[in-house]
Write a protein that binds this ligand. Structure first.
Ligand code: MCA
Ligand code: AMP
Length: 496
């Protein structure tokens, strides 16, 4: 049986005695043992009724079994759907309703609440931080071989939700080919090998931590120092014996805030990679001054996987995201037509890593994915004569805080639902640690309402990282002659 992604990332390691995962408590898991665990979990999935093509929704802590569960879903021919552990019950209810999973895996602490929002017939298993839970106990009794379900390059491997400018999250359908093509390009470009040791401190429910970091490691046979969460002290401890770090810009600004970061500490390091949010040129320069390393910045999206990267061997330029990855075409357009080098336009991308469309939203897919295969990113960029891309803005209304994407429309919808609110505008202002942070300006219908009451009603609906840091009551929102709210005016007014 062939299974495009399983064969490339997992099956190849069936007899590999090298260490794959190094956990916080010192436990080491070899590649061969990991592949056996994947098989045990694949048995659990099929016993729970998961069939090829079914969605497996996972909101679980960052433990080794959560990564093995990803492998198990792929081996069983299912579609893996990871969710941010910060999501609230009302956010989860939407994803579960929309994706219609055969199985939901969650932390035992949330099992009762989540059971109450799962439709009848959805199996529910638990996986907790201490590795207890029904998923793990069931897996322990299973055989360590599983008949891999046949899957081809165009079959779906994962569904990742990405919030939209319309306020409704959209499930990006990623095929086996999409994921494999991107990890092959990155592994080659960044020269990742089995000799590498990656410090992994990202969450594993987004493209960055799951696909960019784990798929490239699995492909190359890299050892992964698998940290439960980002922690400056722990990273500083690991840098002398590691070779690679992948992080969001906040990782780098926090590391720069520690005096122990110097050239000696990182003498063994080969590569520091940044993505998911703009890396300030000053962070790039300061990091080079302190460590002698030029951070390699790359750019991507959930829908497209990675799009561009600064070169491994060539010049890594601060403030640019580099060149289109091999096998990926990038064009800069205005009204659909390519613009000249140096002109600003929308970044569009085509290639094997570009997704299959939005789950159950053909009209949204048609709006963003052209018939000729180019996907409109909503990011504004410039391409130099030699193909180097710089991101200069965004056409979409998006805030990126600590690498997490926050779509203002989603928050405005929740605020506007509070009785007594007339309208609101949510926008990002500069933040030293997270890059951007969220503010809300609100116009009231009912003048007796206050910010505290609004906050108390809004927060239970939204994950903590989306919460506005301030609710500003105002008489009116600034508008242009077309009636559009001028968020730049609000940003200038409240940004300082
Ligand atoms: C945590 N908090 C945040 C954020 N993270 N608030 C705003 N923005 C955030 N990013 C809040 C918590 O709710 C908590 O609030 C307080 O900050 C401290 O929480 P803690 O968990 O201690 O935070 P942390 O460990 O310091 O986390 C910061 C972090 C984390 C390490 C930067 O946010 C992170 O791992 N970000 C990476 C996100 C990521 O992987 N993005 C990739 C998306 P309180 O104390 O008030 O309760 S994939 C993508 O974008 C594309 C495809 C790409 O190109 O990669
Ligand atoms: P996501 O919703 O996680 O798919 O976020 C993708 C968005 O993150 C892109 O459309 C960009 O706006 C942004 N992004 C990712 N990498 C970078 C980067 N290196 N510089 C600036 N923005 C980035």
């Amino acid at each position: 049986m062939t299974n495009t992604l399983y064969d490339a990332l997992f099956a190849r390691h069936a007899d590999n005695p090298s260490v794959f995962l190094q956990l916080d408590d010192g436990t080491e898991i070899t590649y061969a043992d990991f592949v056996k665990r994947v098989a045990q979990l694949a048995h659990v999935l099929t016993d729970a009724g998961v069939k090829p093509g079914d969605r497996v929704v996972v909101q679980a802590p960052k433990v080794a079994d959560t990564i093995a569960l990803y492998g198990a879903a792929v081996q069983a021919g299912a579609v893996y759907l990871p969710l941010n552990t910060a999501y609230t019950q009302s956010e989860l209810a939407y994803f579960i309703e929309d994706a219609g999973p055969a199985l939901m895996v969650c932390d035992a602490r949330n099992a009762d609440e989540i059971q109450s929002i799962c439709p009848d017939g959805t199996a529910l298993l638990t996986l907790s931080k201490d590795n207890s839970g029904s998923l793990t106990t069931q897996a322990d009794d299973k055989g360590t071989r599983f008949e891999t379900v046949s899957r081809g390059p165009d079959d779906l491997a994962a569904l990742l939700y990405t919030s939209g400018t319309t306020g409704r999250s959209k499930g990006a359908m990623l095929s086996h080919k999409n994921l494999l093509a991107n990890s092959e390009s990155l592994t080659e470009l960044w020269q990742i090998t089995a000799a590498d040791r990656l410090v992994h401190a990202l969450p594993i429910f987004h493209t960055h931590g799951l696909f960019v970091a784990m798929n490239t490691s699995l492909l190359a046979g890299t050892t992964v120092r698998f940290m439960e969460a980002f922690n400056v002290d722990a990273i500083i401890d690991e840098l002398p014996t590691a070779t690679m770090l992948m992080g969001v810009p906040t990782f780098y600004t926090r590391l720069l805030g520690d005096d122990r970061l110097n050239k000696d500490l990182v003498a063994n390091m080969r590569l520091f990679i940044s993505g998911s949010a703009p890396l300030l040129a000053e962070t790039h320069t300061e990091f080079e001054g302190r460590t002698g390393h030029r951070i390699l910045e790359r750019y991507g999206m959930t829908e497209t996987n990675m799009i561009t990267s600064n070169p491994f061997d060539g010049e890594r330029l601060a403030g640019t995201v580099g060149y289109a990855l091999p096998g990926t075409e990038v064009v800069i357009t205005e009204n659909g037509a390519p613009v000249a080098a140096g002109e600003i336009g929308m970044i569009e991308v085509r290639g094997d890593s570009v997704f299959q469309g939005y789950w159950k939203m053909p009209e949204k897919t048609a709006e963003e994915l052209r018939e000729n295969g180019f996907f409109m990113t909503g990011d504004l960029g410039i391409m130099s004569e030699d193909g180097r891309v710089s991101i200069v803005g965004r056409q979409k209304d998006l805030i990126i805080s600590g690498g997490y994407n926050i779509y203002p429309k989603e928050i405005e919808d929740v605020i506007n639902d509070v009785e007594g609110v007339l309208e609101s505008a949510v926008y990002g202002i500069p933040h030293a640690d997270f890059g951007e942070s969220v503010l809300a300006s609100i116009v009231l219908d009912d003048k007796t309402l206050n910010a505290e009451v609004i906050k108390a009603q809004v927060e239970p609906h939204l994950a903590r990282f989306k919460h506005p840091r301030e609710y500003i009551i105002t008489d009116a929102l600034p508008r242009n002659t077309m009636g559009k709210v001028q968020k730049n005016v609000l940003r200038d007014e409240h940004g300082a």
